[in-house]
Each structure stands twice: as C-alpha cells, then as structure tokens.
Design a protein around this ligand. Structure first.
Ligand SMILES: O=c1ccn([C@H]2C[C@H](O)[C@@H](COP(=O)(O)OP(=O)(O)OP(=O)(O)O)O2)c(=O)[nH]1
Length: 159
C-alpha cells in the first residue's frame, strides 16, 4: 500500500505546502552535475567517476538562478533531506511536466533506513530551462517488509 503525501512529507525536509501531493511529495532541484570521468563497478566495489557542478547561467538576458541544459545526461541532487522510515521503501518518479518536456529522471530503490539528500539521473532529450529550487520529481512511499536497514556508503550523504 502506498502512503499519503502527508505521511511522506513528515519524512522530507524542508517542505512547503505546494510540494505535498495526494500520493507523495515533490522534490526540488538543488545542483546539476556533469560527469567527467568514467566510473567503475566491480564485483567487490564501486567508484563514482569525477564530476563537476554545472554553473548557473551567467548570461545577462537570462534568469541567473536557472540551469539551461542542452540535450545530454546529468546527475541532479535534490534539495530535500529524505528519511525512509522502517517498514517502507521509497520510489522517485519524474514530475510529469518534466517528462512532457522530453526529459526523464531515472532512479533506483530508496531503502528503509536511508537518510540523506539523494541524486537522480536526468536525461535531457530536448533543451530545457530549470530554475534552481523548481519541483522536478515526486517521492512516494510503499509499505515494505525488510530484515535489515540501509547501511551502505550513501548513508548520510550531502547532509
Ligand atoms: O534514485 C535514487 C535511488 C536511491 N538513492 C539513495 C537511497 C538509497 O537507499 C541509496 C543507496 O542506493 P543503492 O542501495 O542502490 O546503492 P548501491 O549502489 O548499492 O551502493 P551501496 O551498496 O553503498 O548502498 O541511494 C538515491 O539517491 N537516488
């Protein structure tokens, strides 16, 4: 069973009323990264390739607090601190307006016990302007059984 937006909001901070949806909470854009170097995943370990934060637009005629993203792949960090409560699993979906603008967020599993400011893969299939702090995704919680809680390398990230 999926939980209400109000329940999800009690595990996401900060949130404004505008972010609380019937079935989840909208997440906002903090930082856009571009990956520069290859990563590495082996049987025993993993490494995240070097990346650089993309600068906010400096051009005079454009909004200085926005990203102007040409088609490509980016890693985005959400602004909100998220805690996945025991007995739950989290999923993030793109905001439909992002998808309707030919962009997509690819996401993975949010484990029970995780806490941090997580990331997603933003695929830009057509140039888009994204204001820093704009709502781009939605987090939902489903009830889930588990015997342990998250204890991986991303615990407490970006806090
Ligand atoms: O789209 C997502 C999905 C998950 N997470 C967070 C929550 C999740 O609990 C954590 C770790 O994800 P995962 O378990 O998939 O990471 P891993 O690659 O297996 O690394 P580790 O074993 O260090 O956890 O990352 C995100 O930031 N973005």
């Amino acid at each position: 069973m999926y939980r209400s937006g109000e329940f999800v909001a009690s595990h996401v901070s900060p949130t404004t009323g505008e972010q609380v949806q019937p079935n989840g909470v909208d997440l906002t854009l903090d930082v856009v990264f571009e990956q520069l170097e290859p990563g590495r995943i082996t049987k025993a370990d993993k490494e995240i390739g070097d990346r650089v934060a993309r600068p906010l637009e400096q051009l005079e005629q454009k909004d200085p607090d926005s990203y102007y993203l040409p088609a490509g792949s980016y890693v985005v960090r959400y602004s909100e601190r998220i805690r996945i409560p025991n007995g739950h699993i989290g999923f993030v979906y793109p905001r439909s307006s992002l998808m309707r603008n030919s962009c997509m967020l690819n996401t993975a599993v949010w484990d029970a016990g995780y806490e941090g400011r997580g990331e997603g893969l933003l695929q830009v299939h057509h140039d888009i302007e994204l204001e820093r702090g704009a709502r781009i995704a939605q987090l939902v919680f489903a009830k889930a059984e588990h015997e342990s809680t998250y204890d991986g390398s991303y615990q407490g990230e970006n806090l």
